[in-house]
Design a protein. Structure first.
Length: 273
């Protein structure tokens, strides 16, 4: 009986000491998990509950395709907590096949300074970039679908919570609602650029613990009343100085969505309104 008890204790100790592998394979240093469909994968962590990736490139280009065991898979998502606590990442680029970014995917990544989320991303979950204390500039141009029960197009709850170095955020025209605490404790935030002629509904907690008189809100010409009626109240500087898109993505209002709109977007991010 004593021998059996000792054996069970040893097995328990081993199970605690050796974490379960969370991925199916690695490709160019990144861990991937195969989805149930057998054809797609998502980027994930090395070990759950532990900071991952001490030895990966400072700049990551997430590919559209990866190969393993002679088979090619399509990368469709960045999984929950995939790069949690990974301080070596300074920037990343998402391939067009990536449609979803999971809960806390880049939580507490202290090296990231700038981010751009392209229109091909459809779903951003909670606190994706929270606690990224070196993050200074962010542009969210994704096209969310109805991922919440209320059927709204959401920005992502607490997405930048406690990003204390964050100075400027650009919100794309397809985001229709805030769900709460997006900029909570972002004490250095001074500028929010809203590209949509339809105001995304802000919550009372969206700008939690911030001084609204120090933040400049830029919105399209003729849209100030829409923002005021959708929760963007109490700001001393809510300014109509952006072009009003005639179509989603048509930032220079030429009736087309093309590469010239990218140049317009860059100018907006750089403050050349």
């Amino acid at each position: 009986m004593k021998t059996l008890k000792s054996t069970l204790l040893l097995l328990l100790a081993c199970s605690i000491a050796i974490p379960m592998q969370a991925y199916d394979f690695k490709f160019e240093g990144i861990c991937y998990k195969i989805n149930s469909d057998g054809t797609t994968v998502y980027a994930t962590y090395e070990q759950k509950g532990m900071p991952s990736y001490s030895f990966i490139p400072l700049e990551i280009d997430f590919p559209s395709k990866v190969t393993f065991g002679g088979k090619t898979y399509t990368v469709t998502a960045i999984g929950d907590s995939a790069f949690w606590g990974c301080d070596v990442i300074m920037s990343f680029t998402l391939s067009p096949t990536i449609k979803s970014i999971g809960d806390k995917a880049f939580y507490n990544c202290q090296g990231i300074k700038n981010i751009y989320i392209p229109p091909t991303v459809r779903d951003m979950q909670t606190e994706v970039f929270a606690m990224c204390k070196s993050l200074q500039h962010a542009c969210l141009n994704h096209t969310p679908y109805s991922s919440y029960l209320d059927g709204s197009d959401n920005m992502g709850w607490g997405i930048f919570n406690s990003c204390t170095a964050l100075e400027s955020v650009t919100i794309g025209p397809n985001i229709k609602k805030m769900t709460g605490y997006e900029f909570s404790n972002c004490t250095n935030l001074s500028e929010v650029i809203c590209l949509g002629d339809y105001a995304p509904t802000a919550q009372s907690s969206t700008f939690n613990n911030l001084s609204k008189d120090k933040i400049y809100i830029h919105v399209p010409v003729g849209c100030k009343s829409s923002y005021l009626s959708h929760g963007w109240t109490g700001f001393s500087h809510l300014i109509e100085d952006l072009p009003t898109p005639s179509d989603k993505g048509d930032l220079n209002t030429d009736g087309k969505v093309n590469v010239s709109d990218v140049a317009t977007l860059i100018n907006i991010i750089l403050g050349v309104h």
